[in-house]
Design a protein around this ligand. Sequence first.
Ligand code: BGC
Length: 757
Amino acid sequence: MQPLSIRTATAILVASCLSLTWTGTPVQAADKKEEKTIYKDARATIDSRVEDLLSRMTLEEKILQLSQYVLGNNDNINNIGETVKKFTGEEGSLIFVGTDPRLRNAMQKEAIENTRLGIPILFGFDVIHGFKTVFPIPLGQAASWNPDLVAQACRVAAREAEATGIDWTFSPMVDIARDGRWGRIAEGFGEDPYLCSVMSATSVKAYQGDDLSAEGSIAACLKHYVGYGASEAGRDYVPTEISRQTLWDTYLPSFEAGVKAGAATLMSSFNTISGTPASANHYTMTEVLKEKWGHTGFVVGDWNAVDQLITQGMAPDRKTATLYAFNAGLDMDMVDNCYRENLADLVSEGLVAQERLDDAVRRILRLKFMLGLFENPYTAETEAKERFLLPEYLETAEQLAQESMVLLKNDKNLLPLKKSSKIALIGPIVKNRFDMLGSWEGRGSEDDVISIYDGILASKEGEFEVNYAKGCDFDGEDTSGFPEAMAAASKSDVIVLCLGEKRAWSGENASRSTIALPEIQEQLLVELKKSGKPIAVLISSGRPVDLSRIAPMADAMLEIWQPGVMAGPATAGILSGKYNPSGKLAVTFPYSTGQIPIYYNHRNSGRTGAQGEYQDIQSTPMFEFGYGLSYTDFHYGPLTATLPGGRTASGTEDDAIEISSGQKFTAQITVTNTGDKDGKETVQWYICDPYCTITRPVKELKHFEKQMIKAGESRTFTFEIEPLRDLGFVNEDGERFLEKGDYYIMVQNQRIKIRII
Ligand code: BGC
């Protein structure tokens, strides 16, 4: 039996202290005769409704709006939280961890009917990569380089969640992560600020839709604000050291993009940023977010984050922690009850200003009005089968899974496998369904996962003959399965060895000291190599993996991440050639753990050549950000620029294209599919500013586009360039600037020179 997690225990305690009765009958709206007060009048503007409601609220009611607790069964074992003894119905928000809308409605009924003002509760939940239809982990989604597909997945997640009573997801996670040891690298979109910004804005728009009150829309939450991914040595919850410059050029852009896309909320992070905890950081939460970016939504603290200011060494007690967090700009307190215990005293002592209190409450009420919760507080009580895993949802899940997979190696075109091949299907993940879901699986269940084994058996394109053997477990030292694996290999034409990580090895509080797979898995490969049969290695992981010993023994390698419920069909589709792999890494795969941190957009060293390199291993990574192979070949034509007035220029090294800082222009390239298979190609546009008073990365991604190119056909890809936006940089105050001089626009191994005059 699983030990009872702290969160589960917390939730049970809270639920048992509740006096709510779950009648199982649909909830009706209150039919009391009430005068039409402004805040109840749907025709009034949201601002006037907010002000009216605010003017009626007591101090205690306001503070309750700033407080969030947990409703239902919570099975995240990572957080130790203080909890309340009972709900009043006046709490601002509850994390709803159930799947039955009747429970949620019963709680909402308390709020609407049995409280003085009838303010609806905002129900939040971690819908990270799907709710019931689980999609690939976000690190995999980013590798699809297909924002439209990611948006479709977010829409599905929003529909399933909203139909269950979730108003608000704690997603997207847009932390830049460059350390594969950090388990939470799985939850984000990788190492690059631009790719992460695109996915951030895409997810926000998709979750929220055009109208937050519309069916299928939920509020988004950008997290973890900010710099959490810079965790020292890849450990979780630890301090980070981030200069203002790095904050602005690396960690803030994905949040800024999400805020510009309309993100309703943000979640403050657990880390200390160069001495000041992110959850008590006036600069990031107030000066940047609310003042500079003009964000009108609210900031929720991460789980227990206010109380954690004590363990972080900033506040000596919960009252001081409340003071620091609240005055810094953290509006809603997640589960630790600090605000509820201390804010009233702090207001009466004059340490917290009434204006600050009203501002925080206003932000939360505004979202409740925008979500339409005052008009429609209840969720339709439908059956699970009406809400979940609909055929079109599974179609999106399969597409996103297959587009996220990255072909890392394919010697002698081993993949796709020949039709009717005899395959030795070996490894700990072949029949595994549980670990295919990845961390933060929402309400996903392993019962809904199609395993790799079942996917391959069902492959119509492949019609493979399968000889299965597990070979070994994920870890441990038991080699007793090796002979069976060898026997399967000897009966087969080709070995498909499926290795990888358990899902609990990544996600929150899941740091690892090495990003290599456990030795037993590498030993199995060594053993199978003796068979002389060609080997395709599949890797399922929640992080970049050290493949330095695996790569030389593998003829082909495919990174499948944790692909979600459609793991089997997506993987089988790639192996059989139904799908042509189009994923490209969103994170650099180091050669070994010792290279970390290693990322493509580093700055230049002071010395070139062999100086400063490692003495014992290569200094270059195994696979760089943006890398990924296809079953077809793409030929890139010449890279050109079109200047204002329509003149086309080549921008050779001696003949830079001169342009003034205000002039927009375009660059374009034509790509031809010269192979015999249709395929999708992502053109990645990078820029380089070789000399700048604030030194810049050697390469910076600024634009990308993925298009299907049929065999033999060509497609033109265009990058519309606004010099300040695309060539400029940001300083430590967050101001964009563009220096005069030379820049490069780069695609693959071509570049053109631009001179800003
Ligand atoms: C995590 C957040 C999550 C929150 C609520 C925290 O432990 O850091 O990412 O949204 O719990 O479950």
